[in-house]
Design a protein around this ligand. Structure first.
Ligand code: ZN
Length: 705
């Protein structure tokens, strides 16, 4: 049976789809163009029609048509699914699985539509109030005093909620909305007596305005639709900010103010600046720092970061300079660290010769230690003491612009905050400073950077670097024992001996170069892959680039791995250090892994039972297939599950690296034939890098125990 996803992929040609946004030129059996995901002058972005995949050899992004649409339009998988299904003329139910009947689904959609209309009408009323009402004189003066231009008032549709109990309510009731619609839409509150039956005249009704005497900032979703409002008090009235309550449309903890207007600028600037207040965001945009968003409510949440990390990896925090701001900054940093993907760098380590855990001495055994690096660049905006962002922007834009362009790296920020209040001339103060900062310095993987911070610390506390290095070693040893360790065990393949010095890994050695690596990868397939399947994998390469061979086998491994993770979510830490989403060849398995991984990382659910309710219905068959793949084999104990999961993950990783190797060889040959020396150099470098990674995995898998 063909899945909906496969049907869509069969109908939407990746070459055509990418061709809509990238000018592609033919290059042998593939096409190339300028990468839409990074800035470049010579094309390193390739589309392979044969395998319906694409890859950029400049920024290393790649995938299939789904990945491209998701990345290029910043869409979630299910949004990309709807978009591509429409193109392919394939009908997909969005989420069949919310246990709702089609009628209920339609009703809920209709309710949302009605609420959007209600919000639009409220926005117009607030906006007109600010522009024209006599009551809004104080509000207009306030807007002016904060330096907000009349253009910004219009661009952001700012409004005013007058100090009346039945201002907006009576207007909206007159427009035909009901009292309960106003209450559930977060625009009115019920009086003590509850909703009245005055028939919507507004006189003596049972509700009153939610926002009163506040400057109104309409909050829009990423598509620009009004979903709620933020109200700022004038002067020192409390609370300073009053936001819409949770409604059908408005989820406070996931929305970022001005996101709809900042999206493109964030991508372009490769940076997002997060401020605390609505006024800060409006002023930043007004003065041209359009990559600015404000968090609604005081805290930065994981959901905020989830949206941002699709656009950039540089997160600049520009929170208020008070104590609450400092706490919010620390909280924001932790959320970023938690939410951004981790790049895992495998480091092979020699293992003890004593066979641990009853392992037979003659069984090969290897260990890889995986060092985690958060794939985000976090920094903190440094502003003159005591000044909020909007004040700095209005009073001295050059200072602001410089701060945005040169934000303080996270480690430097910690040098300041972690040592605040310590007397660095006293021995106790020095010791304390080193104790607080060394673990942070230890997290830096770049040796040169790390050394620079060691010098900085040594100078700061007037201590010899040598002493600090001893201390750092101790800290690092502690971190390592707490780190992630993956264990591999695999039979040694007969092709081991063919891995001569340099030979098979020689860059640019053409087809011959790829063969031994593939054979190594084929050797030692997990026991659950039958002999026949193993044989099939050894079939010689057919004509063409040779990209999509053995696809069905890959998918089988992927199903099995997903099945294992569904059965035992606790396996996640054992595999997430080895693979990431991009290592999956199947569109469906890739998305399932992505969902499983993020659910696990969030720790939000100890069991994956409700997964069927989280995923688009198009993925339900894959879930069933994955469960079946595990259930059809004999049950495993915990150790067996870990072993198979790690083997699966390792094989997926290796298969992906081999795939990349084939692509690189192909593209390299193309470049050599056109005599583009710079590109050839770059590709050879990539090829060597790739082969080094392959060797690392190989040696880890084959290290003698
Ligand atoms: Zn690129």
């Amino acid at each position: 049976m063909t899945s909906i996803i496969e049907t869509i992929k069969a109908k939407v040609d990746v070459v055509e789809e990418i061709g809509l946004v990238v000018a592609l030129q033919k290059s042998g059996k593939s096409l190339k163009g300028l990468c839409p995901f990074h800035n470049e002058r010579t094309p390193s972005f390739y589309v392979f029609g044969e395998s319906q995949t694409w890859r950029c050899f400049g920024c290393n992004e790649g995938g299939d048509v789904f990945t491209f649409v998701q990345m290029q339009q910043s869409l979630e998988f299910r949004e990309a699914l709807l978009y591509l299904a429409e193109k392919a003329g394939v009908a997909v139910e969005d989420y069949s699985s919310h246990n709702r009947s089609p009628e209920e689904e339609r009703e809920s959609q209709a309710a949302k539509e009605r609420l959007r209309k209600l919000n639009e009408d409220a926005l117009l009323w607030f906006h007109q109030m600010l522009l024209r009402s006599k009551d809004a004189a104080e509000a207009r003066a306030y807007v002016q005093s904060r330096g907000i231009s009349s253009e910004s008032v219009v661009t952001f549709s700012l409004g005013y909620a007058p100090d009346r109990r039945e201002g907006l309510s009576s207007y909206l009731l007159g427009q035909g909305y009901t009292e309960s619609e106003l209450v559930s839409g977060g625009l009115a509150r019920m009086r003590d007596g509850g909703i009245g039956d005055s028939g919507g005249t507004g006189i003596g009704s049972g509700i009153y305005d939610y926002f009163r005497h506040r400057l109104i900032f309409p909050i829009r979703d990423s598509r620009g639709r009004v979903i709620g409002f933020g109200g700022r008090a004038f002067g020192d009235a409390q609370p300073k900010y009053l936001n819409s309550p949770q409604t059908l449309l408005f989820e406070k903890n996931s929305v970022l103010y001005a996101m709809d207007m900042a999206r493109d600028a964030i991508k372009q600037a490769k940076q997002v600046v997060i401020v605390e207040g609505y006024v800060d965001a409006v002023i930043a945009h007004q003065y041209g720092t359009k990559q600015t968003v404000a968090c609604i409510g005081s805290a930065i949440t994981e959901k905020h970061i989830q949206q941002l990390k699709k656009l950039t990896r540089q997160v600049t925090l520009a929170l208020d300079p008070d104590a609450a701001g400092a706490a919010a900054t620390e909280h924001g940093i932790q959320e970023v660290l938690k939410t951004f993907d981790r790049t895992i760098v495998p480091v092979p380590v020699a293992t003890a010769t004593t066979g641990a855990g009853g392992r037979k001495r003659n069984e090969p055994r290897g260990m890889i230690r995986l060092e985690e690096q958060v794939d985000a660049e976090i920094n903190v905006l440094q502003l003159p003491p005591g000044q909020d962002p909007d004040e700095v922007i209005v009073q001295n834009f050059a200072v602001w612009a410089h701060a945005v362009a040169h934000p303080l790296p996270l480690v430097d920020y910690y040098f300041g905050t972690k040592t605040a209040g310590l007397n660095l001339r006293e021995p106790t103060g020095k010791t304390e400073a080193a104790k607080r900062l060394l673990p942070i310095i230890g997290m830096i993987s770049d040796r040169i950077k790390r050394d620079a911070y060691m010098r900085k610390l040594a100078t700061m506390i007037s201590t010899e670097e040598r002493i600090l290095y001893d201390e750092l070693q101790r800290v690092l040893r502690e971190q390592k024992t707490n780190g992630v360790v993956a264990e591999f065990s695999a039979p040694v393949g007969p092709q081991r001996s063919s891995k001569g010095a340099g030979g098979p890994f020689q860059a640019g050695s053409g087809k011959q170069g790829t063969q031994p690596i593939q054979q190594q990868i084929m050797s030692g397939e997990p026991g659950w892959i039958s002999k026949a399947e193993g044989e099939k994998q050894r079939q010689p390469q057919a004509q063409g680039i040779g990209l999509d061979k053995r696809k069905s086998d890959k998918i089988q491994w992927e199903d099995y791995l997903i099945g294992l993770l569904l059965q035992n979510p606790g396996l996640n830490p054992h595999v997430c250090g080895i693979i990431n989403d991009g290592d999956f060849a199947g569109t469906d398995t890739r998305e399932l892994y992505h969902i499983l991984n993020s659910v696990y990382q969030r720790g939000s659910s100890p069991s994956y039972e409700p997964l069927e309710q989280l995923v688009p219905s198009a993925l339900l068959t894959t879930i069933a297939r994955a469960r079946q793949s595990v259930e059809s084999r004999s049950p495993l104990d915990g150790a067996g599950q870990i072993k198979n999961a790690v083997q699966c993950a390792t094989r997926l990783k290796r298969t992906r690296l081999v795939q990349l190797n084939i692509e690189l060889q192909y593209v390299l040959r193309e470049a050599e034939s056109t005599g583009d020396v710079a590109v050839v150099q770059q590709l050879k470098h990539k090829l060597l890098e790739n082969q080094k990674q392959l060797r690392t995995i190989d040696s880890a898998t084959h290290l003698q125990g």
